[in-house]
Design a protein around this ligand. Structure first.
Ligand code: GDP
Length: 355
């Protein structure tokens, strides 16, 4: 394993916001993530179904580069964006970080040709229940009849190039989707017309095939989170860390894939989850790759939030997705932390039993 001392550079004292992608099957969640990531995981998966959970970290430099055509004053205060690839709503309900949602913001994907579908409404209800902010990606705009694609373009620029007929079809479908959301008790509006963000949810038209609208989506995610969630995104000394997956890896034994939501983890930290153990290795994939992509991991002495991390340690066999990992600090009482971990585990287990 190649060594690196790289912990992500923090600008000011904000951590990266964490974003989930949700929505009905086949709306383009996987494709959208691939498109943002510039890789092609979807093609490698059976039937294109997302079966695993992963996280991708987008450094601010990458976001700045991709949004430059928007010429917005893209003052990025956050060091980057961490995107969780959520396969379905079940994992989303189990994944939270100590009582609150794991994600700071979600992208709710809706197919412009289909409008709201049953799982869109399920996702919506979950988001409401968890009071999670979200942005709607109205995907597959390239499927509108006679659409002229302009690859990776901001949506405003590409709409200017469309014929009257395409525009009127676009507007008709957008209006229909807005009406459907209204029926669910939600005000929504195209993001560039939205004057009351926070009360009215924003719609970003996108295409995961041509990349149109992706710059808008990235910029909105970052600007909205850093503007409205300063407190939540302020870097803290207290570790908040949630288990995504428990996996056996050759040469490493049982490892856990976690999302470090806040705080810092160090090699050698004493942690409490299913048992009390010590972090043997903190591993990350290389930038712009997903945690589940095979290949050499980078090893770190310490990692600052927010990041998707693989932890190697003794005795992780009994770890459970959705539970928290606690770090024992110099002034902490180990028995108290063991008790908290036990309660956390029981509450996750009871939720799994119910679903
Ligand atoms: P998921 O089930 O929500 O993850 O959906 P996928 O990402 O697997 O996409 C479902 C199908 O829609 C695939 O065949 C994709 O290639 C296609 N698709 C996704 N996004 C777009 C898009 O923006 N435009 C077009 N034309 N097809 C898309």
């Amino acid at each position: 394993v190649p060594k690196s001392d790289a912990s992500p550079k923090q600008s000011e004292d904000l951590r990266s916001p964490i974003c989930c992608i949700m929505g009905h099957v086949d709306t383009g969640k996987t494709k959208l993530l691939d498109c943002i990531r510039g890789t092609n995981v979807q093609e490698g998966e059976a039937g294109g179904i997302t079966q695993q959970i992963g996280a991708t970290y987008f450094p601010a430099a990458n976001i700045r580069e991709r949004t430059k055509e928007l010429k917005a004053d893209a003052t990025l205060k956050v060091p980057g964006l961490l995107v969780i690839d959520t396969p379905g709503h079940e994992s989303f309900t189990n994944l939270r970080s100590r009582g609150s949602g794991l994600c700071d913001i979600a992208i709710l994907v809706v197919d412009i040709m289909h409008g709201l579908e049953p799982q869109t409404i399920e996702s919506l209800n979950l988001l409401k229940m968890r009071k999670t902010e979200f942005i709607i990606a109205l995907n597959k705009v390239d499927r509108l009849y006679d659409w002229k694609a302009r690859r990776n373009s901001p949506i405003g620029m590409t709409l200017k190039k469309q014929t009257k007929d395409v525009l009127s079809e676009f507007n008709r479908r957008v209006t229909y989707v807005i009406t459907q959301f209204k029926e669910q008790g939600l005000n929504t509006e195209l993001y560039y017309k939205n004057k009351e963000m926070g009360e009215t949810f924003s719609i970003v038209p996108t295409s995961a095939v041509t990349g149109e609208g992706i710059p808008d989506l990235l910029l909105l995610l970052v600007q909205w989170t850093q503007k409205t969630m300063v407190e939540k995104l302020t870097f803290s000394d207290e570790v908040q860390c949630t288990v995504l997956e428990v996996k056996v890896i050759e040469g490493l034994g049982t490892t856990i894939d976690v999302v470090l939501v806040n705080g810092v983890l160090h090699e050698g930290d004493q942690i409490v989850g299913p048992i009390v153990t010590t972090i043997r290795a903190l591993l990350t994939p290389h930038p712009m790759k997903e945690i589940r992509v095979k290949g050499a991991y980078m090893q770190h002495k310490e990692i600052k939030a927010a990041q998707g991390i693989k932890i190697a340690a003794q005795g992780l066999e009994h770890a459970i997705a959705g539970t928290s990992i606690y770090v024992v600090g110099p002034d902490d009482d180990l028995e108290d932390i063991k008790e908290a971990a036990k309660e956390d585990m029981q509450s996750v287990m009871s939720r799994i039993d119910k679903s």
